[in-house]
Write a protein that binds this ligand. Structure first.
Ligand code: SF4
Length: 196
C-alpha cells in the first residue's frame, strides 16, 4: 500500500509517522526507540501479533492488563501503545472502547503515544473509518470476548447497535487532529494486516 497520502495528512494534523513493510520491522524499530521506560499497552491485538510485550519487557517496565497488569498502573506510564479501530486516509483516528481506559490513555497522561496501524485499518475517509470501527473491529472484539450480543450471534459480520446487557461498545472517540494532551504521538504504519 502507498502510505504517501495518509502520511502527509497525519503529519499535517500534528503526528509523527513512521512506515514499515512488515510487523517484524516495526517491532524492531519500537524495540530500539523504547528503552528504560515505563510502558503500558492497551487492549491491542496488533501489539500481541507483533510480540511487543516480550520484546520490550527485557529492558522496560511493561504494564499490560492482558498479562495481569493493573489498568490503574497504566494511567501515567511514560509510553502508551494502542492500535486503532479505524483510520482515514484524510488523517482522522477512530477508536471504540467499553471500559474507557484505552480512550483515556490516548488523550492524556503519557509522554509518548504510539498508534500501531496495519493496512487493514485504513479507510478512504472519516465515514469509512467510523463504519469500519463499528462494523468490523467491534464485532470481532465482541467475538473475542464471547459476549451475548447480536453481532456475535451473526458470526461477527456486522454491528446491530444493540441494547444488549453485554454490549462492549460504550464510547467512540474521533481524533480530528492530535490532541494537545500528548504532544509526542507517533503513528506506526505497517503494510500488513494487523489486529482487527
Ligand atoms: S454495539 Fe452491540 S452489536 Fe454493535 S458491535 Fe457493539 S456489542 Fe456488537
Amino acid at each position: 500500500m502507498d502510505f504517501e497520502v495518509i502520511k502527509k495528512n497525519l503529519e499535517n494534523k500534528g503526528y509523527k509517522v513512521s512506515c514499515f513493510a512488515t510487523k517484524e520491522e516495526a517491532a524492531a524499530y519500537l524495540n530500539g526507540q523504547i528503552d528504560g521506560m515505563s510502558v503500558a499497552i492497551g487492549g491491542c491485538m496488533s501489539a500481541k501479533e507483533m510480540g511487543l510485550s516480550d520484546l520490550l519487557r527485557s529492558h522496560n517496565d511493561v504494564v499490560w492488563h492482558w498479562e495481569g497488569g493493573d489498568r490503574m498502573d497504566a494511567i501515567a506510564t511514560d509510553v502508551y501503545i494502542s492500535s486503532v479501530n479505524g483510520i482515514a486516509k484524510t488523517g482522522e483516528i477512530v477508536n471504540i472502547d467499553g471500559t474507557g481506559n484505552r480512550l483515556a490513555s490516548t488523550l492524556f497522561g503519557h509522554k509518548k503515544l504510539y498508534y500501531l496501524v496495519g493496512s487493514n485499518k485504513i479507510a478512504d475517509d472519516l465515514e469509512g473509518a467510523v463504519w469500519r470501527a463499528r462494523n468490523v473491529a467491534s464485532p470481532k472484539n465482541a467475538m473475542r470476548f464471547g459476549v451475548d450480543t447480536p453481532c456475535v450471534a451473526s458470526g461477527g459480520k456486522q454491528c446491530f447497535d444493540c441494547g444488549s446487557a453485554q454490549r462492549i461498545c460504550k464510547a467512540l472517540l474521533i481524533l480530528w487532529e492530535r490532541p494537545n494532551g500528548i504532544k509526542d504521538t507517533e503513528v506506526v504504519l505497517v503494510d500488513e494486516e494487523l489486529g482487527y
